[in-house]
Design a protein around this ligand. Structure first.
Ligand code: ADP
Length: 358
């Protein structure tokens, strides 16, 4: 019997029936330890027949190796982002609180007409907080966070993509309430012609199937969040499923102000002080810059004092000079806005036509 257990092919996941269930169970021990007697749906006692049946049903035909991969690479149990770490986007935060956080925390109140959406799209130019918003959303609503890039699903997982999608949703069900974040969703749900590869068509079909499965069950507390910089490329099937579509724009002047201060405050030696006037000048000079561009400017400026040091290995950290306004001026010469006017116009146009709150 023992020999059977350690056959190498079994390590590749080709395990069947009860043994597979045992492997799956051991993969999820952490959840059981963490939650004590809690379980997947909070209604069956741990170890009860109902729960064992549920687990059997959930992981039927699923490869334990893929489950492990999801746990290692895709599951981010406690994202460390709060609303307060995100500059601006007050409107998006308010909408997300109303349509996701409250319903996740009080499912008893948010039923029927108030039931939360199963699909949500965050769209806007790259580097402005879509991913951050989604992480904070998971944190604020107490959801398990799964994050995967749709383009990697299509390329890296050729041939395995559809299995990965199926496993992802099964694991998300197990850990619910969950948020499944699909970055670059356009590469999965784009309107493409007959040139579609068979493999990518299959991944897309499986994804839509799983998405609809989530939508048809009132029991499931799983939210699928798609993010895209090119919303105009999404097809009808995608727009229909992402019932709420929220625009994440470039940071406003006051959001840039917050971001400069926030990033400088986080600098380890804490000695960096720019005056209000200097910060305000920087904000005026960075119209059209994305949040990620502002981050790059601060990084570039923070390196200026370091470049002046002749012996980095022996210098006392307390003698490194402060970052000053001149460093920012130099950084601005190097870091240019990354979002083109054309791309911005496309996002705004999409917001007017399909945005939930244009
Ligand atoms: P997106 O998903 O929209 O492409 P991200 O959320 O991944 O962008 O943001 C990329 C990086 O840019 C973040 O890690 C952060 O450093 C910075 N950033 C962008 N927008 C914001 C914001 N609104 N508040 C704070 N940081 C931001």
């Amino acid at each position: 019997k023992d020999e059977e257990v350690f056959k190498p092919y079994e390590m590749k996941g080709r395990i069947s029936g009860l043994r597979k269930s045992a492997v799956v169970k051991s993969l999820f021990q952490d959840k059981e330890e963490k939650n004590g007697s809690n379980n997947t749906h909070g209604k069956n006692k741990k170890g009860s027949k109902e729960e064992i049946d549920l687990e059997h049903e959930l992981f039927k035909g699923i490869d334990p190796e893929l489950i492990q991969h999801i746990k290692n690479e895709i599951l981010d149990r406690v994202p460390k982002v709060n609303w307060n770490d995100i500059a601006g986007l007050k409107f998006a935060k308010k909408c997300l609180t109303e349509i996701v956080v409250w319903p996740m925390l009080r499912p008893d109140i948010f039923t029927g007409l108030r039931a939360p959406p199963k699909g949500l799209l965050l769209f806007g130019p790259p580097g402005n907080g879509k991913t951050l918003l989604c992480k904070a959303l998971a944190k604020e609503s107490g959801c398990t966070f799964f994050s995967i890039s749709a383009s990697s699903l299509m390329s890296k997982w050729i041939g395995e993509g559809e299995k990965l999608v199926r496993t992802l949703f099964a694991v998300a069900r197990y850990y619910q309430p969950s948020i499944v974040f699909l970055d670059e969703v356009d590469s999965l749900l784009t309107q493409r012609g007959e040139t579609d590869f068979e493999a990518s068509r299959r991944v897309k079909t499986e994804f839509l199937l799983q998405f609809d499965g989530v939508g048809s069950s009132n029991e499931d507390r799983i939210l699928v969040v798609g993010a895209t910089n090119t919303p105009e490329e999404l097809d009808m099937a995608a727009r229909r499923r992402f019932v709420k579509r929220i625009y994440v724009p470039l940071p406003t002047n006051s959001a840039r102000n917050f971001l400069f201060k926030h990033l400088l405050d986080k600098q380890v030696n804490k000695k960096t002080k720019l005056t209000e006037r200097e910060i305000s000048k920087l904000c005026d000079l960075t119209v059209g810059y994305s949040g990620a561009d502002i981050h790059s400017i601060c990084q570039e400026a923070a390196f200026s004092p370091i470049r002046e040091i002749s012996d980095i290995l022996s210098i006392d950290v307390n003698t490194v000079r402060n970052i000053n306004y001149k460093d920012f001026e130099k950084a601005l010469e190097k870091v240019k806005p990354s979002v083109s006017k054309n791309d911005l116009a496309k996002c705004r146009e999409f917001n007017k036509r399909y945005g939930t709150y244009p």
